[in-house]
Design a protein around this ligand. Structure first.
Ligand code: 5GP
Ligand code: ZN
Length: 113
């Protein structure tokens, strides 16, 4: 997808701090971390958000969650972590390429909002 920031990161056209990669998934550290560990897990196939999940295969979608588990284990987030995927304007999604935030290394706020 032209002019998509995360597609450019996946392609290596924009540098990133990679933490994990497989056939379907790329994961890298968020440039503006909101927790001691803040990693973005993205499918290599461009889809805008969960709202477009029907445009990705079950394999591609499941690969994201399996990557979350692997990364959390590698990052030693034994005490827990939060997984967030902002979808659309009401959720303040700022990059329209599906991504899952992994937030960990501190106690999260009780509120989901
Ligand atoms: P969203 O607001 O769409 O849920 O999350 C987008 C995330 O992408 C934000 O947490 C933001 O800090 C991160 N981000 C934006 N631009 C870049 C970038 O160029 N590199 C990296 N590593 N993260 C970015
Ligand atoms: Zn993209």
């Amino acid at each position: 997808m032209e002019n998509c920031l995360f597609c450019k990161i996946i392609a290596g056209e924009i540098p990133s701090a990679r933490v994990y990669e497989d056939d379907d998934v790329y994961a890298f550290r968020d440039i503006n971390p909101q927790a001691p560990t803040h990693i973005l897990v993205v499918p290599k196939k461009h889809i805008a958000s969960i709202a477009d999940a029907d445009q990705a295969s079950d394999t591609e979608l499941a690969a994201c969650l399996r990557a979350v588990r692997r990364i959390a284990a590698a990052e030693k987030l034994e005490n827990g972590y939060r997984v967030v995927s902002n979808c659309g304007p009401d959720a303040c999604q700022s990059v329209p390429h599906l991504h899952f935030h992994i937030l960990g290394g501190r106690k999260m706020a009780d509120s989901m909002a």
